[in-house]
Design a protein around this ligand. Structure first.
Ligand SMILES: [Zn+2]
Length: 167
């Protein structure tokens, strides 16, 4: 129960919308790490790869292009503050935050335990974002929702839908 009631008032024009409107979930399409040290090593390798890559017309990324990363062990990292626009989801870059899960979820079926860890980490990131940007859980999408790609993998996609629809 809440005492906060939405009140629809007549407006004189519109407020400007905030920059960030959604959160895009990715997978690395790489291996599932077994230790925190291994996870950090994987993230550092992606960071180097993203800096090296030509992002179009010779454009270079300052660092890894995701904002958050998580592994299947319960570790979560903030890689870039969401106030920065990065290049993780093409057309959605302007308005979204990029979250990547370490693993290939087109191949790896998360165990029940791993599924719980993923959902817990999604909760934690969602809380972090909500306090700052007031973006609801329903605004999470997967990379494949905005681009022709398998990302974030069928199995993670299923978990995302399940988590979004939770009461
Ligand atoms: Zn992706």
């Amino acid at each position: 129960m809440t005492n906060i009631i939405p009140l629809s008032l007549e407006k004189n024009g519109k407020w400007t919308e905030r920059g960030i409107r959604s959160i895009v979930l990715h997978h690395t399409a790489g291996k599932v790490s077994k230790t925190q040290t291994e996870s950090i090593k994987i993230i550092r390798a992606i960071n180097e790869e993203h800096k090296r890559r030509d992002w179009g017309g010779g454009a270079k990324a300052p660092s890894i292009t995701y904002h958050f990363a998580m592994d299947l062990l319960g570790n979560i990292w903030l890689l870039n503050h969401p106030k920065y626009k990065t290049w993780h989801a093409g057309v959605a870059n302007d308005v979204s935050i990029g979250v990547v899960v370490l693993g290939n979820f087109q191949e790896h079926i998360p165990s029940d335990e791993e599924t719980e860890i993923i959902k817990k980490s999604l909760n934690e990131i969602q809380r972090w974002i909500f306090w700052r940007y007031f973006i609801p859980r329903r605004n999470w999408i997967a990379h494949r929702d905005v681009k022709k790609t398998e990302c974030c993998g069928d199995y993670l996609y299923f978990i995302l839908q399940d988590w979004k629809n939770r009461k």
